[in-house]
Ligand binder design. Structure first.
Ligand SMILES: *Cc1c(COP(=O)(O)O)cnc(C)c1O
Length: 404
């Protein structure tokens, strides 16, 4: 049975088979890695990237590659998207999307709290091209509505957002965007298609850092934009011209990771729930933020919008200034490191003062809403796939040192 004429019903089957089929020459069951940067062509093949649209053969790997294409097809199937373009990183995907959607004189509405790289891009480079940016707390639908201007072309949100795991209502914001003639893009890195398929809720674009849950093993960086074919063909032109291409080797690693995405997400969620409950009752923990717990202020939205609560936890500690270095020095299982979504648990302390001063451009009300979630700083914990009991013991033995 060829993967192309069988309609996959389940997400796990899709994750394993979509985009792949046995190699027609060798009949290899697992995908090959095609590392070739160049492909033998006919004499009449067009040289300009502008003439490449609709071309079915490969030419040069920055413009298209068989292994990268397999990954793109797999991602499109998982998100229920018409098309997907893969990039060398999540940031390459986000910046290509911005430069495709926004021209000088246009207006962007963006989540006030977002991944630092994206937040800093919208604070510096994007406005320098004559694009207006308004940052809003996108958990507040009225704030989103009142940020809309006649020249608003795009609303960009992240849900759950990095680093404080705050949610935004995709369906409601899509309606606001469309009523204004604007488009909605959703960074769904924390959720993954296992939890949420933003396009089915009305979003126009989904972006992912593939470096996180989709790869899942912390050994490859990549990104992707998904959406309608006509938009995505313009975004592919930008990939060709901005050049943030994904290595076929990384595409292959990420595809291999995706094969187990649904079962990994189940395990991440189960572990995160155990660790979150443990931390919530720990005397050193001041506030716990996990969408799967009734204590999360948006638990109802989480239940409506997420089929899986993912593995991302944010929490505040009473003596964060002491706990942070203790984590860095004493944790045995959990790594004190950035990034997330790997099989290994990762923890990192994010100071509120630093975020407000460097990355985010928030007004007073937004800063106060941020502090409500984050206090003076949050520990962002990406709960991995180790045994939850070991993770809890590791956190406990480290935090119990504090105050002794
Ligand atoms: C990590 C991350 C990114 C950036 O992805 P890279 O692959 O590191 O470039 C973007 N958005 C979110 C939510 C992230 O967590």
């Amino acid at each position: 049975m060829s993967a192309n004429d069988f309609e996959f019903q389940g997400l796990q089957t899709t994750a394993i088979h979509a985009g792949e089929k046995p190699d027609s020459t060798t009949r290899a069951s697992s995908p090959n890695i095609v590392m070739s940067s160049s492909f033998v062509t006919d004499a009449d093949t067009p040289f300009s990237a502008e003439n490449l649209q609709g071309q079915t053969t490969f030419f040069y790997t920055r413009e298209g590659n068989p292994t990268v294409q397999q990954l793109e097809q797999k991602l499109a199937a998982l998100e229920g998207a018409e098309a997907c373009v893969a990039f060398g990183s999540g940031m390459a995907a986000i910046s290509a999307l911005m430069f495709h959607q926004l021209k000088s004189g246009d207006h962007l509405v963006m989540s006030d709290v977002a991944y630092v790289g994206a937040a800093e891009l919208m604070k510096g480079l994007i406005p320098s091209f004559g694009i207006q940016v308004t940052r809003v707390n996108t958990t507040d639908l009225k704030a989103v509505e009142s940020a809309i201007q006649t020249n608003t072309k795009l609303i960009h949100i992240e849900t759950p957002c990095n680093p404080i795991v705050r949610l935004s209502d995709i369906r409601a914001i899509a309606q606001i965007a469309h009523a204004a003639g604007a488009k909605l893009s959703v960074d769904s890195t924390f959720a993954t298609p296992v939890a949420t398929q933003p396009l089915s809720l009305g979003a126009d674009f989904v972006v992912h850092s593939l470096s996180k849950y989709l790869c899942g093993h912390g050994d490859a960086i990549g990104g992707a934009v998904l959406g309608a074919s006509d938009e995505l063909s313009g975004i592919r032109d930008l990939l060709v011209h901005l050049g943030g291409a994904l290595s076929p080797f990384n595409a292959w690693l990420i595809m291999r990771g995706i094969a187990t995405l649904p079962i990994r997400m189940k395990a991440h969620e189960e572990n995160a729930l155990k660790v979150a409950k443990f931390l919530e009752s720990h005397p050193q923990v001041k506030q716990m933020i996990y969408p799967g717990l009734p204590s999360h202020p948006q638990h109802e939205l989480a239940k409506r919008q997420m089929r899986n609560f993912s593995g991302m936890i944010a929490f505040q500690a009473k003596d964060a200034q002491v706990v942070a270095p203790a984590f860095a020095q004493r944790l045995q299982v959990i790594h004190y490191a950035v990034s997330l979504g790997h099989q290994r648990s990762l923890i990192y302390y994010i100071s509120t003062q630093e975020m407000l001063e460097t990355s985010f451009a928030l007004d007073e009300t937004q800063a106060e809403a941020y502090r409500n979630f984050a206090g003076d700083g949050v520990f962002r914990l990406s709960v991995g796939l180790e045994d939850a009991e070991d993770l809890c013991r590791d956190l406990d033995q480290t935090m119990s040192i504090v105050g002794k």
